[in-house]
Design a protein around this ligand. Structure first.
Ligand SMILES: C[C@H](CCC[C@@H](C)[C@H]1CC[C@H]2[C@@H]3[C@H](O)C[C@@H]4C[C@H](O)CC[C@]4(C)[C@H]3C[C@H](O)[C@]12C)C(=O)SCCNC(=O)CCNC(=O)[C@H](O)C(C)(C)COP(=O)(O)OP(=O)(O)OC[C@H]1O[C@@H](n2cnc3c(N)ncnc32)[C@H](O)[C@@H]1OP(=O)(O)O
Length: 383
């Protein structure tokens, strides 16, 4: 796999850092999740695919020292705490990069390492709000709406942090040096939304929220309920595709206002809604599949893996526990990701084997155990 041989340490976090670590693991990196000791009863990381777990108490000096040693033998560290936490533990970048100048020290936070909010708590919705993007999301007349925690946590956070790490690793092949990746989710989501910023002069966003082309203002970029309570998604933007939509709906374009007549959009939406409500989702699929009308079914999590297109591409995978999840993307032609089929690791399941692998002796490990600096859940894993 593309990232085979890469050694990654991921300090356990809430949602974005686990995705970042999982992406690297899916593409072949050896990712160690450093969990807390004493450990909580259940791992809250549901994105532990392909990782191993080491439970270590970083608040105890021997625990922090152990992480320093681990970092000396690692390529990448991912840390998900607010600014100042790592410094307080004596594990800031000056220390770790001094000891391992090749280390890529990735700091995945909401607000970044500097600025007024750097030390404040926050979650996805706060970061999307501060980026300016939240003000654009939502339907007409309604409050701004955050689409789950997909934008900041995952797109602007986990994914961009992984990209930053890969860029830094590439640069390291030339300079031989590591560096700090300051991955702020506010900036990540702002960057992801560059199109919105840079298209403002095109007149795409002049109208209030929910009344524009792509924000549920246009009748041809909307979802519609079908007679069986399901939905269809319509994205017929270009005139030639819009014509096919109109045809599929059984309408006569000569009797309709022009596609871009904003004032007619509310009426057209009602018209489309009443037509979509007359057939089931599967009937609409039979009409639109194979056309360029840009009309697709809105699939549930149950249905998506079973859809013929997704099945043909094996877009979803099953692990040993029969859990279904999306296959890693994108597909690389020669060195595709090979996601692990095993269950996610228990907290501390691999503590000993990881320490041995990073050069700790059996005596040192025994001392860390007896001092309660590390924990293992071998027993539970063997049950
Ligand atoms: C919207 C999303 C969040 C969604 C997450 C949900 C999916 C989960 C949230 C709650 C979970 C549920 C809950 O836990 C209860 C159940 C538990 C059960 O086990 C499972 C089921 C649960 C129902 C469980 C289910 C789900 O998992 C949940 C519903 C987001 O937006 S995530 C993005 C958040 N933001 C960031 O990541 C940005 C950067 N980070 C931060 O700003 C802060 O970390 C954050 C997130 C604000 C948290 O602040 P906090 O004060 O808690 O932490 P920090 O200031 O960063 O400091 C960390 C402290 O921990 C110490 N520490 C760390 N590692 C170790 C270690 N190995 N050993 C010892 N100590 C350690 C560290 O030293 C810091 O200590 P101090 O505070 O003393 O400095």
């Amino acid at each position: 796999m593309a990232l085979s041989g890469l050694r990654v340490l991921e300090l356990a976090g809430l949602a974005p850092a686990p995705l970042c670590g999982m992406i690297l693991a899916d593409f072949g990196a050896r990712v160690v999740r450093v969990d807390r000791a004493p450990r909580s009863a259940v791992a809250t990381d549901v994105q532990g695919r392909g990782k191993r777990s080491l439970a270590l108490d970083l608040k105890r000096p021997p625990g922090a020292a152990a992480l320093r040693r681990l970092c000396s033998g690692a390529d990448v560290l991912i840390e998900p705490f607010r600014h100042g936490v790592m410094e307080k533990l004596g594990l800031g970048p000056e220390v770790l990069l001094h000891e391992n100048p090749r280390l890529i020290y990735a700091r995945l936070t909401g607000f970044g390492q500097t600025g007024k909010y750097a030390k404040s708590a926050g979650h996805d919705i706060n970061y999307v709000a501060l980026s300016g993007v939240l003000s654009k999301l939502g339907r007409k007349g309604e409050n701004p709406y955050a689409p789950l925690n997909l934008l900041a946590d995952f797109a602007g956070g986990g994914v961009l942090c992984a990209l930053g790490i890969i860029i830094a690793l590439y640069e390291r092949t030339i300079s031989g040096k590591g560096q700090v990746v300051d991955a702020s989710m506010v900036e990540g989501i702002a960057y992801i939304s560059s199109f919105l910023w840079k298209s403002q002069n095109l007149g795409l966003w002049n109208r209030p929220r929910g009344e524009n082309l792509l924000d549920s203002g246009a009748p041809f970029y909307e979802t519609y309920k079908t007679s069986d309570g399901k939905f269809m998604a319509v994205g017929a933007i270009e005139p030639q595709f819009y014509d096919q939509l109109i045809k599929g709906l059984g309408l006569d374009s000569d009797k309709l206002p022009s596609q871009l007549s904003f004032s007619d959009w509310p009426e057209m939406k009602k018209k489309f809604a009443s037509i979509f409500a007359q057939k089931t989702q599967s009937e609409w699929c039979s009409i639109f599949d194979g056309t360029d009308a840009c009309v697709t079914p809105v699939l549930s999590f149950d249905d998506a893996p079973l859809h013929q297109h997704n099945k043909q591409r094996s877009s979803f995978i099953k692990n040993d526990q029969e859990e279904i999840s999306p296959r890693p993307a994108p597909l690389l032609s020669r060195t595709p990701a090979v996601p692990s089929c095993k269950r996610d690791p228990f907290i501390g399941e691999h503590t000993e084997e990881i320490l041995l692998e990073y050069g700790f002796t059996q005596e040192e490990i025994a001392k860390l155990y007896s001092d309660k600096v590390i924990e293992s859940s071998k027993l539970k894993a063997n049950l």
